[in-house]
Design a protein around this ligand. Structure first.
Ligand SMILES: [Zn+2]
Length: 184
């Protein structure tokens, strides 16, 4: 499946996920580090690297990702939102190099990289959307070198936490049922 992504596509997805998973952006430098491997392809506009702007973008990106993990209908809504953004803020050019026809990208901003990455995840042929999962801690996981089931949890610890919560919920529900049964 990774053959479905070229170098820049792979880096865009990785950068976007790192950015989304910062959860709370503490500094501009921290956000910049997420895009380090793809920085040469982003138009250098100093005004882009502002904490407030980055935070607003990050909230939008997290909302897209959350919707993708939600349902097919939500996914379509994200597609509608992302399509014009990709069209407007990502410029591509065909390149024929090393016996391979490919394309190069130029991103208007960090936001453009994220829109591009989300569009790739939603692109049917690449079959990534159903592999995007959200952990109990809120972080998004997308295994780009998948083996077997999609990775949902960041760590065994987070999985244990999720299991414990499910168990608690089940106990609570059965207690409730028991109580209701007694009343009637
Ligand atoms: Zn987690």
């Amino acid at each position: 499946m990774t053959k479905m992504l070229n170098g820049i596509e792979m880096e865009a997805i990785k950068a976007m996920l790192r950015f989304a998973n910062l959860q709370r952006i503490e500094s501009v430098a921290e956000a910049e580090r997420c895009f380090e491997n793809i920085k040469d392809f982003i138009s250098s506009d100093e005004a882009m690297w502002r904490l407030l702007k980055l935070t607003v973008w990050q909230i939008a990106v997290c909302a897209w990702l959350a919707s993708i993990t939600e349902s097919q209908r939500e996914r379509r809504a994200v597609m509608t939102e992302v399509a014009p953004l990709v069209k407007k803020s990502v410029k591509t050019a065909l390149v024929f190099k090393n016996e391979e026809l490919g394309y190069e990208c130029r991103f208007q901003s960090v936001h453009a990289v994220c829109a591009f990455a989300v569009a790739l995840i939603l692109s049917k042929r690449r079959r990534l959307a159903s592999r995007l999962q959200r952990c109990i801690c809120g972080r998004f996981n997308l295994d780009l070198h998948p083996k077997g089931r999609p990775k949902k949890y960041c760590s065994p610890k987070h999985k244990a936490l999720a299991d414990a919560m499910t168990l608690n919920e089940r106990v609570r529900k059965s207690q409730l049922k028991h109580k209701m049964g007694k009343k009637s």
